[in-house]
Ligand binder design. Structure first.
Ligand code: 26A
Length: 337
């Protein structure tokens, strides 16, 4: 029996930082705070000079962050990569973080890349992804015996909403296992465009979710595209939390972060708020990955059988540690909460 407790699934991406701030945003028709799939007009961005690079992929970042606070060998992460240097870099940084990579390899294409453009004194980040091999993850990859045996021995599941564009089938297969064994299943809303353009896929997975994590723009997009007539974050979160559940043994919590503002938690028909500690502007280096680190702390706490109050506190702490360093990484040597 393995000791892994957390199983993550999503897109293993390499983050490719491009300079130029507002000018680059304009050149490639990108918004300052957004996450999109690249279209033809953005393909040139991957030929711009890279100012730095590092492991990315939202859920992969969260799993690395969860491992930061969990005992060794607690986390595994599945997705599809190419057979190239980028894949080797991702494996190396997961190894370094103690996250086990469960990568399927598609040698016919390249590992996925996310162009990151920082603007507004590094307070805004625009993400533009070319999924590459990550787009080719299939249900059969999850069902491969060496992968599925780790699904069976894991205690808790974390799926990125971004995977809705890739393999909702694999997300559902994991979800059904979670229900059958009454294990917690957590999804991140990941980006506003998913509720809009992948609504059907989103709606197929939400009934299985025990926890849904997102930010204010993601929940408002969910509301807008589900006919919820309010722009009040708590009210939209209540509506999402009340979508009928498949696993009746667990209630659902919806957790919405709002940057430096209070995190909103909806559970059992009640709205609670949790204010994160203040981080002085001069200490903020790079906000890319803050939400992922929050999710990592949150799921690590759940994996350790803690309650939601502690999960939020640990999430806030990891989010804050993440924005004080460059990239989607956390400070080394490790800090203790
Ligand atoms: C399918 N898309 C668009 C994506 C992503 C993504 N991770 C998975 N799928 N677009 C951006 N990211 C990741 O989000 C992190 C910051 O939250 C980036 O790789 C970045 O590390």
């Amino acid at each position: 029996m393995s000791s892994y407790v957390l199983f993550g699934l999503e897109n293993p991406l390499l983050d490719y930082y491009v300079g130029g701030g507002e000018d680059t945003l304009q050149k490639y028709e990108l918004n300052a705070n957004d996450a999109i799939l690249a279209s033809e007009k953005q393909m040139g961005i991957y030929k711009e000079t890279c100012i730095s690079y590092g492991a990315g992929g939202a859920a992969q970042n969260s799993c690395r962050a969860a491992q930061y606070v969990l005992p060794p060998n607690s986390t595994v992460f599945a997705g599809c990569v190419g057979n190239d240097d980028f894949a080797r870099m991702l494996r190396e940084s997961n190894d370094k973080a103690g996250l086990r990579s469960l990568f399927s390899v598609d040698p016919s294409t390249t590992t996925g890349v996310c162009a990151v453009v920082l603007s507004n004194n590094n307070k805004c980040r625009s993400l533009c992804t070319n999924l590459g091999a990550a787009n080719n993850y299939k249900l059969k990859d999850l069902k491969a015996p060496e992968v599925w045996s780790l699904v069976e021995s894991s205690k808790i599941f974390y799926v990125g909403g971004y995977h809705l564009t890739v393999s909702p089938e694999a997300m559902l297969e994991l979800a059904k296992h979670a229900v059958e064994k009454n294990k917690p299943y957590i999804m991140n809303l990941s980006a506003p465009f998913l509720s809009q353009f992948f609504k059907e896929q989103m709606d197929s997975v939400v009934p299985y979710c025990d926890y849904i994590i997102g930010n204010e723009s993601e929940i408002l997009s969910y509301g807008e595209h589900h006919g919820i007539q309010t722009k009040d974050v708590g009210q939209v979160a209540l509506a999402l939390a009340s979508v009928e559940k498949v696993n009746k043994k667990r209630s659902r919590a919806v957790v919405i972060t709002q940057g430096a503002d209070a995190t909103i938690v909806v559970q059992d028909g009640k709205v609670n708020t949790y204010k994160p500690n203040h981080v002085p502007a001069e200490e903020i280096v790079d906000t890319n990955g803050a939400g992922d680190a929050f999710a990592g702390g949150f799921i690590a706490a759940l994996a350790g059988d803690h309650g939601i109050d502690y999960a939020i506190t640990l999430g806030h702490w990891l989010g804050q540690e993440c924005i004080k360093v460059s990239g989607t990484t956390l400070p080394l040597p490790k800090k203790q909460y």
